[in-house]
Design a protein around this ligand. Sequence first.
Ligand code: NAP
Length: 425
Amino acid sequence: MRAYRIAIVGAGPAGYFAAQALQNRQSTEVSFAIDMFEKLPTPWGLVRSGVAPDHPKIKSVSKVFEKIASDAGFRLLANVNVGVDISLDELKSLYDATVVAIGAPKGKALGIPGEGLKNVISSADFVYWYNGHPEYVDLEVDLSGSQAIVIGAGNVAMDVGRMLAIDPQELVTTDTAEHALQTLHDSKIRDVYITARRGAESAAFTAPELRELPDIESVDVIIDERDIDGAIRRVGNEPEKSVKSNLEAMHSIALAPRKNQSRRLHFIFRHRPLSINGGSEVESVTFETPQGKIDVPCNLVVTAIGYLPSEFPGLLRKDGHYENQHGWVADNLYVVGWAKRGPQGVIGTNKSDAAAVMETMVSRLKEVKPGIDVLPMLQERKIQVVSQRDWNFINNEEIRRGVEQGKPREKFTSVAEMLDLLAQY
Ligand code: NAP
């Protein structure tokens, strides 16, 4: 029996699916002891901190993650910052293989004038803010104006647009972080513009997300039928299936009767941002359109134009991800998820992708290294490791607090608070 020890860095979907792929390959001849490292005291990555709170069904994949974590050979080592508390080189020497699954958490920059103005926020920060990521709780978000512009035409832009437009009463039964709910309650924003630089035929939305928009009670979703007619003409008779479904969904929104709500979510196309304007605060965005340059007034801009990986010692960034060949980086080091392929794909995409990388990795595993446990090393360095048992305690406490308020959970948004809680049991 060969018992390999594998480190996975990052407890998001890609990390869990890599662990699952390894568990599925266990047999009487080979087993995998998996240590999953996570910077925060809480696992689940974007399922906790990225998925919009009004999409609880997508979050139910966390049950799959917990099942993976219940395997006897799985250990969660959370609240451990790889690269700071322990280096990638150390992991490479301690484990038979190391898999990096740390995503791409930085918002891409537009590179136009005015991007640094107050209340111009990247979706990378804004999404973490409403989801209660401990490092983004104090983000300054000013919702005192009436118009917001979201730049970008992907699913993140749609998430952000919905969260800004929706009546916060519709969010009180979700796990939106309490500080964000308070700010959204006081929001004066009534018109949110999701702006695409190209036509509707090139939008990166997916059809299921578009189709659910008319179900939002409190919001009128507004698409100009002429924009969709133009897009249909441009794509001709045989558009790609996904483009056809998107255009059908947008066409049906364009034709739907208005509810006459005071909250409106507008989709506007062929608006390429040229500059963000204002004095100390943002006042408008100048767009280039087929009709010439126009200024759209606004008090908040959220850029949702994609993500980039963070700097990480031991990995090189290239083309929006870490340099790799089908997931292999060098020696016994691998990457999966957005760290491997850049910020594309839905949560499920990570399953087949991670399985393929794990197949390559397993085929290259050699002699089992002599086992040295990382835990005493971390304890010696005074790192308070949060185990699966600790996380279960935090998780149950969040759910208990949520039940009291009719929510799925009330998240802890402070690392110190979570560690204090653990000190009590
Ligand atoms: P995305 O799907 O790549 O969309 C990025 C958008 O930004 C595109 O419309 C792109 O337009 C635009 N853009 C890029 N650079 C720009 C610039 N300089 N100026 C103006 N617009 C610019 O990225 P995302 O929305 O961040 O989503 C990332 C991934 O997560 C996607 O695969 C998405 O489907 C997934 N996701 C899924 C869900 C869900 O399933 N509910 C929710 C959230 C995210 P161009 O096409 O013109 O470049």
